[in-house]
Design a protein around this ligand. Structure first.
Ligand code: ADP
Ligand code: 5GP
Length: 233
């Protein structure tokens, strides 16, 4: 049985960094490459990071029912093709999707057994720093884009309660360990296996510590850092 892992995060939280790391660490996991109408960014490559298409082609794919889910994000279309799930099922792999909160809501209705993970930055100030660092590294600093991403983040983070697991991406290596543990713990569960030895037990404990119900009481300061600024603006 294929398990679908949905990862969402406000842009700049470190989701791509985490997904790139997890690719090296977990086997039998397929990564869905989304279709988008936005332009390639930085060192992105067609077919590896996204399939880049025109709005016309994307709209034809919507009409044909090619997408498992799709959404308009920052004025561009983004969508997950059904064929990725079919391929993963055919190969007996799990599937990891990096999609926004609108897409995650659509998918959770279609695939109620999907495992959903929300990545939060440690604070609004740190998210702004990461967005600026990335855009200056890519030589594409545009104040309007950064502002819009921060405003969208303020809306998106309020949706954290719709996810099964929450990762606060502070120390990258801790977040990588926790993400790996969530995937392995869910595999154990799907296989109906109990923990076998200390390594499994530690994996289960680490995953458990990132479940929404075990994290949510500690999220106040992060949520406040976003809410405070949106009231001041
Ligand atoms: P996203 O995919 O969520 O939009 P990226 O993975 O592109 O975000 O990360 C945004 C920026 O933050 C990048 O410059 C990345 O190197 C940096 N970054 C990612 N995770 C961390 C972390 N835990 N600590 C500090 N910087 C990070
Ligand atoms: P970026 O342009 O920074 O790569 O992505 C912008 C947003 O679009 C991110 O939140 C990312 O998760 C989301 N996204 C990427 N692919 C898809 C997709 O196939 N479907 C949906 N709904 N969102 C996507």
């Amino acid at each position: 049985m294929t398990t679908v892992f949905i990862i969402s995060a406000p842009s700049g939280s470190g989701k791509s960094t985490l997904v790139t790391a997890i690719k090296q660490l977990v086997d039998n996991l397929e990564f869905s490459v989304s279709y988008t109408t936005r332009q390639p960014r930085g060192s992105e490559e067609p077919g590896r990071d996204y399939y880049y298409t025109s709005r016309d082609v994307f709209e034809r794919m919507i009409a044909r029912g090619d997408f498992l889910e799709w959404a308009d994000v920052f004025g561009n279309y983004y969508g997950t093709a059904k064929k990725f799930l079919d391929d993963a099922e055919g190969r007996g792999f799990d599937l990891l999707l990096d999609i926004d909160v609108q897409g995650a809501t659509q998918l959770q209705e279609k695939l109620p057994n999907a495992v959903s993970i929300f990545i939060l930055p440690p604070s609004r100030a740190e998210l702004e720093k990461r967005l600026r660092r990335r855009s200056s590294a890519e030589k594409m600093t545009d104040e309007a884009v950064i502002r819009r991403r921060l405003e969208t983040a303020t809306r998106e983070i309020e949706k954290y309660t719709e996810y099964g697991y929450i990762l606060v991406n502070d120390q990258l290596s801790d977040s990588i360990d926790a993400l790996r543990a969530i995937i392995l713990a869910e595999r154990l569960r799907a296989a109906g296996r109990a923990a076998d030895g200390n390594e499994d037990k530690n994996t289960l404990l680490l995953a458990e510590s990132r479940r929404l119900e075990n994290v949510k009481d500690g999220l106040g300061p992060i949520l406040d850092s976003f809410r405070r600024v949106s009231v001041e603006e």
